[in-house]
Design a protein around this ligand. Sequence first.
Ligand SMILES: Cc1cc2nc3c(=O)[nH]c(=O)nc-3n(C[C@H](O)[C@H](O)[C@H](O)COP(=O)(O)OP(=O)(O)OC[C@H]3O[C@@H](n4cnc5c(N)ncnc54)[C@H](O)[C@@H]3O)c2cc1C
Length: 287
Amino acid sequence: MIPGSFSYHRPATVADAVKLLSDLGDEARALAGGHSLVPMMKLRLATPGHLVDLHGVAGLKGIRRDGGNIVIGAMTTQHELLISDEIGKSLPILHEAALLIADPQVRYRGTIGGNVANGDPGNDMPALMITLGASYRLEGPSGSRDVAATDFYQGAYFTALEPSEILTSISIPVPAAGHGYAYEKLKRKVGDYATAAAAVVLTMSGGKVATCAIGLTNLHETPLLATNAAKAVIGTSLDPASLKKAAAAAEAIMSPAADARGPVEYRKHVGGIMVTRALQRAASRAS
Ligand SMILES: Cc1cc2nc3c(=O)[nH]c(=O)nc-3n(C[C@H](O)[C@H](O)[C@H](O)COP(=O)(O)OP(=O)(O)OC[C@H]3O[C@@H](n4cnc5c(N)ncnc54)[C@H](O)[C@@H]3O)c2cc1C
């Protein structure tokens, strides 16, 4: 399929990118790695009249430590996350999840900013961001604002991002030393989006769960923070009864679409299994 015609713009600064998006209005879309937007254009599900390519914008790449946070530039690719020592050391769950996204070709080009800004329930990074308590820096015509990842997702392809804003960076609090983590993703084949996936970040103390956060991918029109499921395991040693309660609490908030990945009941059931597996694997990694 061939996309509709569009004009191509390549600004050099954030201010120029924001001005272009603002001047061109609803017809314009930011272009990052293009691995979600271009396929949608080829299917004519997106028909922007103007693409504002962010590749020439200075300062949108990189991974740096800022006190207790890791700040990742929006144009940092999934491949760059995978080769970063800082990510491997401080946020290993990002490393684990990035490896489960598509294939090397997509990961060389696809960006973390595009993945979290896209609003596709199948994207893997948003559930991690809500699990980790991340916030997004958005730049628009009237300046910048920070939006918590938990407040960003409003519906499928519907986010808090205004049409003239761009996401410039993501700030993620570094989890406690010795934390356990796991991203469990069920997919039909290598390179597929999740049928169901669960992210867990927890700490253990004296053999019991001290803190826990659980995020869910592709089990609702937005990523979900499974707060009651996490509460069900805090203070427990992840015995079978507590794991069962956590899976049931997570399933209670899931409302996946019935699609080629399976009917609703199947996807909820495997969603519960992903939660159980992620909790067990995270606990086995905690020290
Ligand atoms: C075969 C295939 C398999 C895939 N499998 C998976 C998978 O399993 N899991 C997964 O998570 N993803 C998957 N993807 C999607 C891939 O990870 C994309 O790269 C990602 O979703 C979007 O990032 P991008 O940089 O390519 O963004 P683009 O495609 O360029 O943009 C996506 C959307 O976000 C907007 N946008 C991008 N950057 C910004 C910004 N900085 N500020 C504001 N708006 C912005 C664009 O306007 C557009 O609406 C797959 C893609 C392909 C082609």
